[in-house]
Design a protein around this ligand. Structure first.
Ligand SMILES: [Zn+2]
Ligand SMILES: [Zn+2]
Length: 157
């Protein structure tokens, strides 16, 4: 199991006091208490790629007075300032990812876990045949399948 995790690009950083606010400020946003709670929750739960609802539940444990609308506002601001990106892996709610390195997402259809995979092609290439005249500014690569742990369980069964 260990080597599977080691091959993903990103080890979610642990939230450090002050570091969260510093990163928010660097992005050009004013670090408010709400923004730092929301961003902090995302950093702590980066691996899960949580939805706004899940972030709200976590944020509430730290800041009981925070509202869902505030969480959405914070998420919008964090997305606009490139601290966090939206991920659409299934028809379920939008998830959020604080890993701003370019990467692909892998969703295990059995356990629902999400992995970040490093992209092997050169940064300016899409990996697809892009007709001339089209300029790619962004790409999102989402894969689904079965993770090694679930594949193993299936064999046992
Ligand atoms: Zn991700
Ligand atoms: Zn799985």
């Amino acid at each position: 199991m260990k080597d599977v995790k080691a091959r993903t690009v990103f080890v979610p950083p642990h939230r450090e006091r002050g570091a969260v606010d510093a990163r928010i400020a660097e992005s050009g946003l004013r670090p408010t208490a709400q923004r730092s709670v929301v961003y902090g929750v995302l950093l702590d739960h980066a691996k899960e790629h949580p939805t706004a609802d899940e972030i709200f539940i976590q944020a509430k444990t730290e800041k009981p007075e925070i509202s869902m609308a505030t969480v959405y506002n914070c998420l919008d601001a964090l997305v606009k300032h490139h601290l966090v990106k939206q991920v659409h892996l299934d028809r379920a709610a939008t998830r959020y990812c604080p890993n701003m390195e370019e990467h692909a997402h892998f969703l295990c259809e059995t356990c629902g876990e999400v992995w970040d995979f490093e992209i092997a092609v050169k940064p300016r290439m899409s990996g697809f045949r892009v007709p001339s005249g089209f300029a790619v500014t962004q790409r999102e690569v989402n894969m689904r399948g079965v993770c090694p742990a679930c594949a193993e369980q299936e064999v046992v069964r």
